[in-house]
Design a binder for this molecule. Structure first.
Ligand SMILES: *Cc1c(COP(=O)(O)O)cnc(C)c1O
Length: 230
């Protein structure tokens, strides 16, 4: 018989607990973001019935169609790349945007949040590896972006996100996760601001991410199974 959602969830929760213990962390400091992209509202409903509250989507339009068909008490995070012309929709649909990668996007989200009558929490996506194919802000540019964000009233930078290059062995991600945490610590001291959230780790490398300080892990495949569409 196929594994039930409950069984998959328990396995992911056990991974988070084990990695937290190894790092001397409280597992309640790690939020599981269930990445439901490509999966139908029924999958979200089943996950919500199992107790999950935080869901991640990659595409604004897919989320726009899906969210109204899901239970109303859930929290939705945008984890994928955001184009500036979709900032308005994103600001109204999501409770946290993980993927801010430019000042222009941050400014667009600030205006959109004002129009939606809300304050929008965001994370800055940092391209730690310097890989050209990856989205994200180069580490050298982050302090200026954080300072500019200070003058925007409707967006609140809560922390940082990164996607390491894929390596067969999840240990390959560790140096990138560690670098993000260390840079975060330095920027907090330097700029005198809190950056409490670190969004890092997916199905493949979530344990490494938790060991290195992740507060948000974005997990799709381990919860919902393989994606058939992109
Ligand atoms: C799809 C996606 C995830 C989830 O990936 P899995 O490997 O299925 O856990 C996490 N983060 C982002 C940004 C994604 O696009």
């Amino acid at each position: 018989m196929a594994e039930s959602f409950q069984e998959r969830l328990e396995r992911v929760q056990a991974q988070i607990a084990a990695a937290s213990e190894r790092a001397g962390r409280d597992p309640s400091g790690v939020t599981l973001v269930a990445v439901s992209k490509t999966h139908p509202p029924e999958a979200v409903r089943e996950a919500a019935e199992a107790g999950l509250r935080v869901f991640g989507e990659s595409r604004v339009q897919e989320a726009q169609a899906k969210i109204p068909q899901c239970p109303g008490h859930l929290s939705w995070h945008l984890v994928g790349h955001l184009q500036r012309n979709k900032a308005g929709l994103a600001a109204s649909l999501f409770d946290l945007v993980h993927s801010v990668d430019s000042l222009r996007l941050l400014e667009a989200l600030d205006r959109a949040a004002a129009e939606a009558g809300k304050t929008l929490p965001v994370l800055i996506e940092v391209n730690v590896s310097g890989e050209r194919s990856k989205f994200g802000v180069a580490p050298e540019e982050v302090p200026a972006l954080l300072q500019a964000a200070n003058s925007l009233a409707r967006v609140e930078v809560r922390g940082l996100m990164t996607m390491p290059p894929f390596t067969e062995d999840p240990e390959g991600a560790r140096p990138f996760f560690r670098e993000l945490r260390e840079r975060r610590d330095a920027w907090c001291t330097e700029l005198g601001i809190p950056l409490n959230e670190l969004s890092m780790g997916m199905t493949h490398d979530l344990e490494i991410a938790v060991e290195e300080g992740a507060t948000l892990v974005r997990v799709g495949t381990a919860l919902f199974g393989e994606r058939t569409a992109a």
